[in-house]
Design a protein around this ligand. Structure first.
Ligand code: FMN
Length: 367
């Protein structure tokens, strides 16, 4: 008899019928160890191994050369990369899986080492005080150059080109990475965005870039094939952290997204106790709070297990649950849930390096 626990039930996400609600979320694995930053045979194997997920989100993938801020991460801005991704999507589709690409831009959390000696761009000339993982190891971020409005439009244009390439590569949809300390959160945060034009100041202005990016990728994929990932509770090491405007900011964003009819919003939960933080109000009802505002599909993320994933769906607080770390070592996560099999533990030493080791060599234990 089929196991009908909530995570293993089907879900109609826009025009896609997902076979289950177990989503493989984005995992940067730094295996694009080639000058083209193109996915390789290993990527084809790795994603195909995980095709039984409700659907797969790729690792964060650069939208342009200017977007790079970390080593050995693939892009989707060149023909070589696009053709290489086509091999990945074909392999996932052959196994009846679905795969969305996650699009990302580093903004100021990059380094001149990636940018032919030029400074990265940020919303304002303010150092985000993060680290960039360069070919020579971790380096402190610098004070970026401030984006001109022309450069903002260029970046939005790069999102469009990346979306067009994603379509050519056969992706079923795309996700906009708008979490932690990447470009979009740099614009959302008052700490890094002190602009006085239409992209800075008020909440509406700081969120403008996000919506302009969504508006442009919507010209390539229908909204029902576009998702966006947020972490309102991103306590980053640097200066981009929740502040007293964060809750109002995300309330505004999610309310406005109601009009977008996206495939889903992926919400990363808090990794820390929110007591005494600017998000104290959400300490007992984080997902519920956003559920009450957002009418569309919510994908909950961070630290979920089979049990807590089933519970949040049963309660009606989320529709889908995404799993990151568990997908590293459990390519057959869905079958393990079905068969209540033991879960394997990944090796953190090979999270961000190691070629096949720790990437494609985790065994399937289910039949
Ligand atoms: C090795 C590793 C790489 C990650 N890379 C990305 C990424 O590229 N994009 C992203 O949005 N989140 C990334 N994350 C965060 C995960 O997608 C996810 O939000 C986080 O791991 C919490 O989910 P989990 O508790 O199920 O692992 C990464 C996490 C890990 C452990």
């Amino acid at each position: 008899m089929q196991n009908q626990e909530p995570l293993l039930t089907t879900y109609q996400m826009g025009d896609i019928l997902l076979p289950n609600r177990v989503v493989m979320t984005s995992l940067t694995r730094c295996r694009a160890t080639n000058p083209d930053l193109a996915p390789t045979d290993l990527h084809v194997e790795y994603y195909a191994q995980r095709a039984s997920a409700g659907f797969i989100l790729t690792e964060g993938t650069w939208i342009s050369e200017r977007a790079v801020g970390f080593i050995n991460i693939p892009g989707i801005y060149s023909k070589t990369q696009t053709e290489a991704w086509k091999r990945v999507t074909d392999a996932v589709h052959e196994k009846n899986g679905k795969i969305f690409v996650q699009l990302v831009h580093s903004g100021s959390v990059s380094h001149p080492d990636f940018l032919q000696g030029e400074l990265p761009l940020g919303p304002s000339a303010i150092n985000p005080q993060e680290k960039a993982f360069t070919p020579l190891g971790f380096k402190d971020t610098l004070t970026p150059a401030e984006y001109t409005t022309v450069q903002i439009k260029e970046t939005i244009g790069e999102y469009r080109l990346a979306a067009e390439n994603a379509k050519k590569a056969g992706f079923d949809g795309l996700e906009i990475h708008a979490q932690i300390f990447t470009l979009i959160p740099q614009f959302l945060s008052e700490a890094t965005n002190q602009r006085t034009d239409e992209y800075g100041g008020s909440i509406e202005n700081r969120a403008r870039l996000l919506f302009e990016i969504l508006d442009t990728v919507k010209k390539v994929y229908p909204a029902k094939r576009i998702g966006v990932k947020f972490t309102p509770a991103a306590f980053n090491p640097g200066i981009i952290k929740p502040d007293i405007t964060t809750i109002t900011m995300f309330d505004y964003i999610l309310e406005k997204l109601n009009g977008y009819h996206l495939a889903y919003v992926e919400l990363v939960g808090p990794a820390v106790d929110l007591t005494g933080t600017p998000l104290d109000l959400l300490k007992d009802n984080y997902f519920e709070h956003f559920r009450n505002i957002y009418n569309g599909t919510i994908m909950a993320n961070l630290g979920f297990t089979q049990e807590s994933g089933n519970a949040i769906i049963s309660k009606g607080t989320a529709d889908l649950v995404s799993f990151g770390t568990l997908y590293i070592a459990n390519p057959d996560l869905v079958q393990r849930f079905e068969q209540n099999s033991l879960l394997s533990k990944g090796d953190p030493d090979t999270y961000y390096a190691g070629e096949a080791k720790g990437f494609t060599d985790y065994p399937f234990v289910t039949s």
